[in-house]
Design a protein around this ligand. Structure first.
Ligand code: ATP
Ligand code: MG
Length: 468
C-alpha cells in the first residue's frame, strides 16, 4: 500500500487537529500554522498533497500556492477558504489548485476531495512507473563486454546522473557515439523528457539559428505564419544532442555559445528573452583540440560543451566486443529479413576478430546485414561476409612498411621460463609513446601520427598507460 504524505497548513488549531484526528491513521500527516514553516519543510521532504488555508498570517495562501506550484508542480494543493472569499478561490484555481473546501469544514466533503486528489496522484505515479518500465525495456541495446567499453559505460552511468552537465562524446566514426548519447539521456533523471537531435553537419549554416532558436511569425519572408519552435525549446526538460558538433560553422558556434553561457536566447525576429533548461550532449569524430589550434573551433565553446568528455575506443581496440556485437546483429537482421541463421562459422568469427575495422561497429553491422541478406542459412560464412580469411586480412597487412621494419627487429627465442608478452607489449608502447610525444612536443595529434595510430586510440591508450 502506498503511504501518502499530506501537509495541512492552517492558523486555526481546530482545523489542524481535526484533520489529524480524522485522517491521521490512514495517511502521514504534518501540520503547520504558517505557510513559511510549511514551505521550509517541503524543501526537505516534499509531500504528495497540501491542504492550504487562504487566509494565513504572514505569507498568504495564494502566495504559498504560487511558490509551491512553481517549485514543485507535482504536489497537489487543496485550498481551504472562508465562504465569502470567492475571488481568491477563483485565482487559486487559475494558479493550479486541485480543489477547494469552504469553512466551516464538512469533514465528509473534505475527505472526498482528499481521496480524489490521492487517486489522481496514484494514477499519475502508476503512469510514470509504466512509462519508466517501457523506456527501460525499449532502450537501444548497447553491447559491450570488453574492459575498455565497460569502463566507458560505467563512466556514462555516473555522468548521466547529473542532468545539467554538458557532455562531449569523442570517437572514430561508427563507434557508437549516438547510441551513447541516447544512453546518457535515458539513464538521466530527465529520461521522461525529450531527446532532440541536431545534426550540425546536415543543416545549412543560414538555417541553423532558426532551427535552434525557432522564429516569431513574420520573422522573415517565407516564415510559417504561426512562427516556429526551435530545437532548444523542444528539448526543454530533456537532452539536446548536437551531433557532428565539429561541423558547426564559426557563425553558428558564436550563436550557440550565447545560449550555453546562461541558458537564455531570443527567437529569430523576437525581442523577448527566453530561457530554458536542457542538457547538451555533443559528439564528433573530429579532433576539436586540433581545430582550436587552427582557429576552426572556438575554444570558449569547446569548454562549454566539454565539461565532461567521454572517449569511445575504436573497435580495433576492443576486439573482445566484435563477436558479441556480430551475434547481436545476426539476431537483429534475422528478425528484420525473416531469416533463421543460427551462428557464424568458426572461420567467419576468426576473420572478424582479426579484421582491421575502419568503420567500426557500423562497418560490422553492414557486413552482417549483407551476409544475412545474401547468405544461406543456417550458418553465416566467411564468404557471406565478403571478407578475407585471417592470414590475408591481418590488420598488419595494410601496414607493410611498418611490418617490414618489425621483421628486421632483433627478436629473441622464448626462454624456458617463458615470456611475459603483455608486460613486454606495455613497455614497448610506453617507450614509443614517450618518444613520439617528445618529438611531437606533447601534441597528441602529431604523436599519434608518428606511431601510425588514430588520435582517439592514441589518447585512450596514453591514458591507460598513465603517460603524462
Ligand atoms: N556497442 C554497440 N552495440 C550495439 N550496436 C552498436 C554499438 N555501437 C554502435 N552500434 C550501432 O552501430 C551503428 C553506428 O553507431 P552510431 O551511429 O552510434 O555511431 P557514431 O559514433 O555516432 O558514428 P558517426 O561518427 O559516423 O556518426 C548504429 O547502428 C548503432 O546502433
Ligand atoms: Mg553519429
Amino acid at each position: 500500500m502506498i503511504l501518502y504524505s499530506i501537509y495541512v497548513v492552517d492558523d486555526e488549531e481546530a482545523i489542524r487537529k481535526g484533520v489529524i484526528l480524522s485522517m491521521g491513521k490512514d495517511y502521514q500527516i504534518k501540520a503547520f500554522p504558517t505557510a513559511e514553516t510549511a514551505i521550509e519543510t517541503i524543501e526537505k521532504d516534499p509531500p504528495d498533497l497540501v491542504l492550504l488555508d487562504i487566509g494565513l498570517p504572514g505569507m498568504s495562501g495564494i502566495d504559498a500556492l504560487k511558490e509551491i506550484k512553481t517549485r514543485y508542480p507535482d504536489i497537489l494543493v487543496i485550498m481551504i477558504t472562508a465562504f465569502e472569499d470567492v475571488k481568491s478561490v477563483i485565482s487559486a484555481m487559475k494558479l493550479g489548485a486541485y480543489d477547494y473546501v469552504v469553512k466551516p469544514i464538512q469533514m465528509n466533503a473534505f475527505e472526498v476531495s482528499i481521496r480524489n486528489a490521492l487517486e489522481t496522484i496514484r494514477l499519475r505515479k502508476e503512469v510514470q512507473s509504466l512509462q519508466e518500465k517501457y523506456l527501460k525495456e525499449n532502450l537501444p541495446c548497447f553491447i559491450g563486454e570488453s574492459n575498455a567499453i565497460q569502463d566507458v559505460m560505467d563512466f556514462v552511468d555516473n555522468v548521466a546522473r547529473s542532468p545539467d552537465t554538458p557532455v562531449l562524446i569523442l570517437g572514430e566514426t561508427g563507434t557508437g557515439k549516438e547510441l551513447i548519447a541516447s544512453a546518457i539521456h535515458y539513464k538521466s533523471p530527465n529520461f521522461r523528457g525529450p531527446f532532440v537531435t541536431l545534426n550540425c553537419a546536415a543543416i545549412p549554416k543560414e538555417l541553423i539559428e532558426s532551427e535552434l532558436f525557432g522564429y516569431e511569425k513574420g520573422a522573415f519572408s517565407g516564415a510559417a505564419a504561426s512562427g516556429k519552435k526551435g530545437l532548444i525549446e523542444q528539448a526543454a526538460g530533456g537532452t539536446l544532442f548536437l551531433d557532428e558538433v565539429g561541423d558547426l560553422s564559426i557563425e553558428a558556434q558564436a550563436k550557440l555559445l550565447r545560449f550555453l553561457e546562461d541558458g537564455e536566447y531570443y527567437k529569430v525576429g523576437g525581442s523577448k528573452k527566453l530561457s530554458i533548461r536542457t542538457r547538451v550532449v555533443s559528439a564528433t569524430n573530429k579532433d576539436l583540440e586540433g581545430m582550436i589550434e587552427e582557429e576552426l573551433f572556438r575554444r570558449d565553446l569547446y569548454f562549454r560543451i566539454a565539461v565532461i568528455k567521454v572517449e569511445v575506443p575504436s573497435l580495433n581496440e576492443r576486439r573482445d566486443d566484435i563477436i558479441p556485437i556480430a551475434r547481436h546483429f545476426l539476431v537483429e537482421f534475422n528478425q528484420k529479413y525473416c531469416k533463421s541463421f543460427i551462428r557464424l562459422s568458426p572461420q567467419a568469427e576468426d576473420a572478424l576478430k582479426n579484421y582491421h575495422w575502419k568503420g567500426n561497429v557500423r562497418e560490422l553491422r553492414n557486413l552482417v546485414e549483407r551476409g544475412v541478406l545474401t547468405g544461406k542459412e543456417p550458418e553465416l560464412t566467411l564468404h557471406d561476409l565478403g571478407i578475407q580469411p585471417v592470414s590475408k586480412s591481418s590488420p598488419f597487412n595494410s601496414r607493410s612498411t611498418i611490418r617490414n621494419r618489425q621483421s628486421e627487429m632483433p627478436f629473441h627465442p622464448i626462454p624456458s621460463a617463458g615470456v611475459d608478452l603483455p608486460a613486454l607489449h606495455e613497455s614497448l608502447d610506453k617507450y614509443y609513446f614517450r618518444e613520439a610525444l617528445k618529438i611531437a612536443k606533447g601534441n597528441d595529434t602529431k604523436a599519434a601520427q608518428l606511431v601510425n595510430m588514430n588520435y582517439y586510440n592514441f589518447r585512450y591508450r596514453r591514458k591507460k598507460l598513465q603517460i603524462r
